[in-house]
Design a protein. Structure first.
Length: 143
């Protein structure tokens, strides 16, 4: 199979961060993204003793957020300088939509970066903010 004929990725299906306070994170992700909670806790790796996930869905984008509680979590804050997730970026339709997101986050009192225009490695606008566990989230508009 050649690179041109490789299987394609259609987009982001779900985002599954491990959080320190699942109730706080459920409230925050629902408030910020307007997500709907699936009313079932899912066992983590088919082992209920290890923890569980709560699934939140976005009916508009079909992206799911699986918030994970691990019993072994010692409560430390997220740090992208360690091995694991650095950040996740969600696509938005353009600068107008990004500006609407900035206003929405301001209305909710969510700290955020200014909208930044960058030209390397390609032309885009980005807005950066963090969840209650300090996980960096980005809203990204290609030009």
């Amino acid at each position: 199979m050649s690179i041109e004929n490789r299987p394609k990725i259609e987009g982001v299906h779900h985002f599954s961060p491990t959080v320190t306070d699942i109730d706080r994170s459920i409230e925050w992700y629902q408030r910020v993204f307007g997500l709907e909670r699936v009313p079932v806790k899912f066992p983590h790796y088919e082992d209920e003793d290890a923890g569980y996930a709560v699934l939140l869905t976005d009916p508009h984008s079909e992206i799911a957020f699986g918030l994970h509680h691990h019993d072994g979590n010692s409560g430390e804050s997220f740090d992208e300088r360690r091995t694991g997730l650095d950040h996740i970026a969600f696509s938005v339709a353009g600068l107008d939509e990004l500006t609407s997101w900035a206003a929405w986050l301001d209305e909710l009192g969510v700290d955020r970066s200014p909208i930044t225009e960058l030209n390397e490695p390609f032309h885009y606008y980005v807005l950066v903010f963090r969840d209650p566990d300090n996980i960096q989230l980005e809203l990204f508009a290609l030009v």
